[in-house]
Design a protein around this ligand. Sequence first.
Ligand code: ADP
Ligand code: NI
Length: 222
Amino acid sequence: MNKLTSQQQVIIDQTREFVKQQLSEAEGGHDWFHIYRVWKTAIKLAKEEQADLFIVNLGALLHDIADAKFHDGNEEIGPQKAEAFLKSLLVEQQVIDHIIHIIRFISFKNRNQNPGSESRELQVIRDADRIDAIGAIGIARAFNYGGYKGRALYDPSIKPNLNKKKEEYKAATEPTINHFYEKLLLLKDMMHTDSAKKMAQQRHQFMEQYLEQFYAEWEGKR
Ligand code: ADP
Ligand code: NI
């Protein structure tokens, strides 16, 4: 379970190449390097949390294969692509079904749609994905995303809204700083695994320190 066979390693290597090529034109927040970071973090968490390494490797690599945001909201493209690819490598159906389930339910937006029992592997990958949304990398990704959408950095007159519904969250046009309060600062309390909680704690402190500096600079105080 926690050791990969050479056949599994080959499948992981091929999946890595496939994902890299699929995401060659993706924007900065969801590009191959996002996958790379989530993959590395997920492996670390999987080892600490005794999750199945093969599932975690494949799930982490394939989790953003076709983000619905960039496909007119179509949430079926990712699972379909992943399934077709894994079938072509003759991966067993039980493994494919687990990966598809992970891709479907990993998203922050879909978080309330799967209240039943979640696998450790799904939790590990979701934690790793959330970890990549906080800390220094998380800050860079948020401003990158805001820039991609043409949003302001900050506007003191527009207050964060913590009660957004899924559609409002998707359609948000607020300044990027608001995203810290609507999502990034909430993530540390949403980690499933103890290993991720520890990582999140440190990154969270870094973001708080960043915001303090940001507001001080905004007023010309530092
Ligand atoms: P997920 O794929 O986990 O649902 P998203 O696709 O919503 O997450 O976000 C991907 C990245 O883009 C994250 O780093 C997130 O913080 C950033 N992002 C998403 N929405 C916004 C926003 N409104 N403003 C700034 N950054 C955002
Ligand atoms: Ni992701």
